[in-house]
Write a protein that binds this ligand. Structure first.
Ligand SMILES: [Zn+2]
Length: 78
């Protein structure tokens, strides 16, 4: 049922499997870094003018209400 294979063919297959695994890992890390970068880049920082709380809201927006006191604040501009 099983046929013996040459050692060089077996090693070539193992090297191919390892290289394929490394390529998959690289693609996974690239996608993860891209998603994390987008998440950080698209967040907006606010500083409450009433209670001085600094907070972050997802996505780009000009106004957000403070989670502590509820006051409406405009985004920080650097
Ligand atoms: Zn506040």
């Amino acid at each position: 049922m099983f046929q013996p294979i040459d050692l060089s063919v077996f090693l070539a297959c193992m090297v191919g499997v390892v290289l394929l695994g490394l390529l998959c890992l690289q693609a996974w890390y690239d996608r993860r870094d891209s998603l994390l970068s987008d998440h950080r880049r698209l967040s907006t920082v606010f500083s409450c003018r009433e209670c001085a709380l600094v907070f972050v809201r997802p996505r780009r927006r000009e106004e957000a209400s403070c989670p502590q006191c509820g006051a409406s604040n405009t985004r920080l501009k650097f």
